[in-house]
Design a protein around this ligand. Structure first.
Ligand code: ACO
Length: 333
């Protein structure tokens, strides 16, 4: 069974409630129909029932009637949500009126549903920029215990099975935090190791990447990666992690042996942690395009609840896959 099939099968067993706030979007409705047809999860759509059903009829989406539809204009918990949001954002002096305005936005309402225990996870972004999807999540559900920064991992499924575990390698951060300091980079490493275990179904061997291997270059940027590696070891004793390593020393055994002799993971890494968002984002796109790898994600990690952001160029299958991943994350991973 492929990794994605196994993730979908597990989602079916979990039967989580996933909210899709972009119900005015054709691919989202098609994905909702498929999720309901295949019984991958329960689906909550935010929008107007008549508009959703009309669009569903147009595209022969026969399973949409099984979705729960929440119309912000008629939602009976709106007042309670306004109270909660004012409380959550009291340090920012958010007024009731401002909270009410925010909750008219399906992206805010979806996150408040999760915060209030009325949904287990959210997938959005087919029609909204990353920042608009992430901001409500950062403000309302915030980060998980012991983590201060959200990041985004990609499951890279490579054609060449010599890399990672049978061609599966996890890359991060490729999506969220532009310029992490050493502590934040250590947190990203820990979260990525957890994503590798819980979603990638592999035992992580983490390489902290740099342009230097074990002191071959000296620079403050190298020092940051060395410090992050030490902090990550303290945060998760027993984790197989090493750094600083160049990419070739991380993934090619003969080079790892030569440049980092005695390393527990050099040459055999299945998790690559990049020093900043520029390198992570560029690397995943190059590997995807030039090596023909399948890039699944970004899987957001470090958030207190599973919320994931789609690319606006996503396909219906991309939405279905990311919902299945989100359902898997909602087990407390
Ligand atoms: N983790 C946790 N919380 C965060 C993070 C983070 N990484 N970044 C910001 N926050 C919090 C802040 O603490 C703040 O909380 P508060 O309101 O309670 O004080 C809130 O989020 C808003 O913070 P801002 O600094 O105003 O953040 P802003 O909304 O301007 O930006 C964003 C956040 C949009 C995620 C920004 O970091 C960003 O644009 N990142 C790059 C995203 C991107 O373009 N990625 C590449 C494309 S994706 C792809 O290719 C797959």
């Amino acid at each position: 069974m492929s990794l994605l099939d196994s993730i979908k099968e597990n989602a079916k067993r979990l039967n989580k409630r996933i909210v899709l706030p972009e119900s005015g979007e054709e691919r989202t409705l098609k994905a909702a129909n498929s999720l309901l047809k295949e019984k991958i999860c329960q689906v909550i759509l935010i929008g107007q029932e008549t508009a959703i059903y009309k669009e569903g009829e147009k595209h022969h989406l026969d399973h949409l009637s099984k979705a729960r539809i929440v119309n912000p204009a008629e939602f009976d918990k709106m007042d309670a949500y306004v109270d909660s949001l004012v409380e959550i954002r009291k340090s920012k002096n958010l007024s009731r009126q401002e909270a009410y305005q925010l909750l008219k936005d399906p992206l805010y309402l979806a996150v408040m549903m999760i915060k209030s225990g009325d949904a287990d996870g959210e997938v959005a972004g087919a029609n909204n920029a990353t920042g608009n999807v992430l901001r409500p999540a950062f403000q309302i559900v915030k980060t998980s215990a012991g983590i201060s920064v959200v990041s985004g991992a990609f499951l890279m499924i490579l054609k060449d099975h010599q890399f990672g575990d049978n061609g599966l390698v996890i890359f991060a951060d490729c999506a969220v935090h532009p310029d992490p300091d050493a502590k934040q980079l250590a947190e990203i490493a820990i979260c990525t190791a957890q994503t590798a275990r819980n979603i990638g179904q592999l035992e992580p061997r983490v390489a902290m990447l740099s342009f230097s291997t074990k002191g071959s270059a000296s620079h403050p940027l190298v020092d940051k990666v060395v410090e992050a590696t030490e902090l990550a070891k303290k945060m998760m004793p027993g984790l197989k992690i090493d750094g600083e390593l160049q990419a070739d020393a991380a993934i090619i055994e003969s080079i790892g042996n030569k440049k980092a002799p005695g390393s527990s993971i050099a040459g055999r890494a299945n998790v690559l942690v990049f020093p900043n968002l520029e390198s992570g984002n560029i690397a995943y796109k190059l590997v995807q395009r030039m090596a023909g790898a399948q890039a699944i994600g970004p899987v957001l990690q470090g958030m207190a609840a599973p919320i994931n952001d789609l690319s606006r160029g996503c396909s219906v299958d991309d939405i279905v896959n990311l919902v299945a991943i989100t359902a898997n994350q909602s087990t407390g991973n």
